[in-house]
Design a protein. Structure first.
Ligand SMILES: Cc1ncc(COP(=O)(O)O)c(C=O)c1O
Length: 399
């Protein structure tokens, strides 16, 4: 009988190209510290701290009671896909509207991103994305042996893309450009003129745009532009969106993409091959979210706005820290380069020594080095305590 010394020897080489979301690791450490009785303010994980609105919870409970507990089509139930197509078209002012054939529902936007990229990327294809960014795009591209090409976001442009760098980096091998507005981790929001330039490049170089609009409801400016609104861009755009951030439904796991039909069909094939379908009662709850009372979403956003103002003002009052005003999402992304040469080390130190859980900016790509990401999905009381704790602890930090 032979025995196995190292199970790692059995893993495929592709796994070495996978990234991960460090937020989940920091969360685990933060919980361990809390378990010892110490106070920790959680600003590491990107999820609203609110409860899911009641009418959505009730719809989910009712659906279980009514035995919505069987498999569904892999793209999602037609009623939900119709509701998504109607909502997404109306929210973006799109006519003609999308149809259910364009919508693919997944267990969160994240697996949809994976399945979408699996449907699009051949080895050697180029996927251009922002740096810093939500890590799922570069991770999937790497696994698929595509080339992930970062383009800087500029603090000086309130975290909008460096469009000249983008123009220089797209070309014949570019299969798609990923944009994310409002943006994780910076809170930046693209202007219409940014999107027009990206659209011009898409036509010129014949690439697709993956527009991650999952924070489209979390914004503090009165405009939201989707690249799908621009002339000729519907056929080049795949919108990624979901319920986690707008409706405080992170744990329900419900997201979707809206894509040209042939792409939607192939993403569906990947759903079919992976999770088969999303829990049926969760899909029913999604219909209630889109068609029910929208006031809770507005209320949550007003609270996020107050918290944003409090944390940004507080961070800017701490010597050595400067923070731009985020226009969307629920993240503050302060520059801490005067305090720390290693942002991840500083984040870890703050967790252990100040009870403040946040992430190093470089967890989101090399251009995030020198920044921290605070998710202000925490109460004003927690934010105030965290700011006091930072102010008290930071003078002791040795860079
Ligand atoms: C930019 C972006 N896209 C997609 C997601 C995935 O969200 P979910 O899988 O919860 O729908 C996230 C979550 O943090 C995100 O920040």
């Amino acid at each position: 009988m032979t025995t196995i010394a190292h199970h790692a020897d059995y893993l495929c080489s592709a796994v070495s190209r996978l990234g991960s979301e460090s937020a989940f690791e920091v969360l685990a450490r933060a919980k361990a510290i809390e378990a010892t009785g110490r106070r920790v303010v959680h600003m590491e994980i990107g999820e609203p701290d609110f409860d899911t609105p009641d009418h959505i919870k009730r719809a989910g409970i009712r659906a279980i009671e009514e035995n919505y507990s069987h498999y569904t089509p892999s793209a999602g139930i037609p009623e939900l896909r119709e509701a998504i197509a109607a909502y997404a078209s109306a929210y973006r002012g799109l006519a003609p509207t999308y149809g259910l054939q364009n919508v693919v529902v997944g267990a969160g936007a994240k697996p949809i991103i994976w399945n979408l990229l699996a449907a699009l990327l051949d080895p050697g294809d180029e996927l251009v994305y922002a740096d810093p960014a939500y890590p799922a795009y570069a991770s999937a591209a790497g696994y698929l042996e595509a080339k992930a090409i970062p383009v800087h976001l500029l603090e000086s442009r309130n975290w909008r893309l460096d469009l000249d760098e983008l123009a220089a980096k797209v070309g014949p091998k570019t299969k798609a450009v990923v944009i994310n507005s409002p943006h994780n981790p910076t809170g930046g929001v693209l202007l219409r003129e940014d999107l027009e330039r990206i659209a011009e490049l898409a036509h010129q170089h014949d690439f697709l745009v993956i527009s991650d609009e999952i924070y489209s409801r979390n914004r503090y400016v009165d405009y939201f532009h989707s690249i799908s609104q621009l002339d000729g861009m519907r056929e080049r755009t795949i919108i990624v969106d979901g319920f986690s951030k707008a409706y405080a439904m992170t744990g329900w796991r419900l997201g979707y993409c809206i894509a040209p039909e042939e792409i939607a069909k192939t993403v569906t094939l990947f759903n079919n091959n992976t999770f088969s379908c999303v829990a049926t009662f969760v899909q029913r709850a999604g219909i209630a979210a889109l068609t029910g009372d929208d006031a809770p979403v507005e209320r949550m956003n007003e609270i996020f706005r107050e918290r944003r103002d409090a944390i940004v003002a507080g961070l800017n009052s701490i010597p050595g820290i400067s923070c731009t005003l985020p226009e969307g999402a629920f993240y503050a992304f302060p520059n801490v380069s005067k305090i720390a040469s290693d942002d991840k080390h500083l984040a870890q130190w703050l967790l252990e020594n100040a009870g403040v859980a946040c992430l190093g900016g470089s967890s989101f790509g090399p251009a995030g080095a020198g920044y921290l990401r605070f998710s202000y999905a925490a109460s004003l009381d927690d934010i105030g305590w965290a700011l006091d704790s930072l102010r008290e602890a930071l003078p002791r930090y040795v860079r």
